[in-house]
Unconditional design. Structure first.
Length: 210
């Protein structure tokens, strides 16, 4: 348990609008991002639903993963943007599905319950390279972290080519096998994930709406 990690959350420090407009992670209601890679298709949909956590109104993002024509993961993520433009992650309701039946909710958490705390998933002003930061914190259950690797990557995916993208390395102290490089591009958001161990690329193939 990391007793030193204790972010201060004041609802007055968060934007009253539910639109998240950080240029590297814009979440506008009604937008759908579609990704493919590793035999999976992923849909990330910014739905109109909101949820109040620790007094902060969070945007709900619905994330589903399909493989072989069947849904294998179904997740609702909670995000909010503070007045400085940082995007915070306040929790997730995650279900692993097999043959239409929920077989696990491992990794689910919500800030304020059982010691779980929110983290920043996208800074407004990026920290120095190789300075790890917590994206979430629920001891021994959800401890994703990230660090900046590069500020000026050029990325080509089916949806287009982008320059001056942010590259991060995302990992978890409680899951040594988790190691991913992610690429975020201005006014688009996440365009590419590379799983270091598997060597697979999950690429942005389409954005629709709102």
């Amino acid at each position: 348990v990391d007793t030193t990690y204790n972010p201060s959350i004041d609802p007055a420090n968060f934007v009253s609008s539910t639109t998240i407009n950080n240029r590297l992670m814009p979440f506008v209601t009604g937008t759908t991002y579609t990704y493919q890679g590793g035999g999976e298709t992923i849909w990330v949909v910014v739905i109109s639903q909101t949820k109040v956590v620790l007094g902060v109104t969070c945007v709900v993002v619905h994330d589903t993963v399909s493989s072989g024509g069947q849904i294998i993961e179904d997740t609702f993520d909670l995000y909010a943007q503070d007045n400085n433009g940082n995007v915070w992650y306040f929790g997730e309701d995650s279900k692993e599905i097999k043959n239409g039946t929920v077989v696990s909710t491992e990794g689910s958490w919500e800030a304020g319950f059982n010691g779980a705390k929110p983290g920043i998933v996208m800074h407004a002003i990026q920290p120095a390279a190789h300075s790890p930061y917590r994206q979430e914190y629920y001891a021994c259950e959800a401890e994703d972290m990230a660090e900046v690797v590069s500020f000026n990557e050029t990325v080509t995916v089916p949806f287009g080519q982008y320059s001056n993208c942010l590259q991060t390395h995302e990992f978890s102290p409680i899951e040594p096998d988790v190691s991913e490089y992610k690429y975020y591009c201005q006014d688009v958001g996440l365009v590419l994930e590379v799983d270091v161990a598997a060597g697979t690329r999950t690429e942005l193939i389409q954005i629709t709406g709102p």
